[in-house]
Design a protein around this ligand. Structure first.
Ligand SMILES: [Zn+2]
Ligand SMILES: [Zn+2]
Length: 256
């Protein structure tokens, strides 16, 4: 029997990618170069040739940088919304349009895209159902909408953006327009909002929270962990919290 495991290959503005493997393997985003994806996969014993599908959340290069080369080399179909596919260089690669109205099945993996409000053409986040386990992957969220909470509800493992600490962002070196964009409903999620999201979405099923996309300038792993721990414990749950450092890998996390 195949176990289900989730590995963060990269996180943060320098490149995001997550691998979910069971008897079938899917990659969510490919924001590292092809070479770096190969290197990081081999570090955890994963075979690039085993990837059955790539799912893109949105077109920003920190999520798509290696998509063309990796998917050409390993003949991997790329799933994305029309908005994402039209703005991502994917010449010669097989593309599969997806929408938030329909689930997509790749072997034993059922992916359900749901809309998010990030500043991109048609961004989505995903839940994946694999062997009865539910995996929620939600980064570059903009804000927490009821739809986001609903779709992520009761996942066994939640991978969630905790981009910035609000005080650090406001007192930090970014120009005002950038601070405003990041804090807007179409920007990124702060630590407190990540805590609110998991406190609303977690249930007794939720074993683990993995924090993603931490800003190098405007956050620390300690602040992110503490804010999210407070949030989730206020909801009466005590899942394990793993923080992915800027630029780092995390996992593999095996789902029991
Ligand atoms: Zn983005
Ligand atoms: Zn991003």
């Amino acid at each position: 029997m195949h176990k289900v495991s989730v590995t963060v290959l990269g996180s943060g503005s320098c490149g995001n990618s997550i691998l979910v493997s069971s008897e079938d393997t899917v990659m969510i985003d490919a924001g590292l170069s092809c070479k770096e994806l190969e290197r990081r996969m081999s570090a955890v014993g994963a075979d690039p040739a085993s990837v059955d599908a790539l799912f893109l959340t949105h077109e920003h290069t920190d999520h798509t940088r290696g998509a063309l080369r990796f998917c050409s080399k390993y003949e991997v179909p790329v799933h994305g919304t029309d908005g994402t596919l039209s703005l991502t260089p994917l010449n010669g690669v097989r593309t599969v349009p997806i929408s938030t109205k329909h689930a997509v099945t790749v072997g034993s993996v059922t992916a359900r895209p749901f809309p998010v409000r990030h500043f991109a053409a048609e961004p989505v986040a995903f839940t994946l159902q694999v062997r009865g386990r539910k995996i929620a992957i939600a980064s570059d969220l903009g804000c927490v909408t009821p739809r986001v909470v609903d779709d992520m509800g009761s996942a066994d493992i939640m991978l969630v953006e905790a981009n910035y600490d609000d005080e650090m962002l406001m007192s930090g070196p970014y120009p005002d327009f950038l601070k405003r964009t990041i804090r807007s409903d179409h920007g990124h999620l702060c630590n407190e909002d990540a805590g609110v999201l998991v406190s609303k979405a977690a249930s007794e099923n939720t074993d683990r929270i993995v924090l993603l996309h931490l800003s190098k300038e405007n956050n620390t792993p300690e602040k992110a962990r503490e804010a999210v721990r407070k949030g989730v414990e206020s909801g009466g749950h005590r899942p394990q919290i793993a923080v992915t450092e800027h630029g780092g890998m995390n996992g593999p996390f095996d789902l029991r």
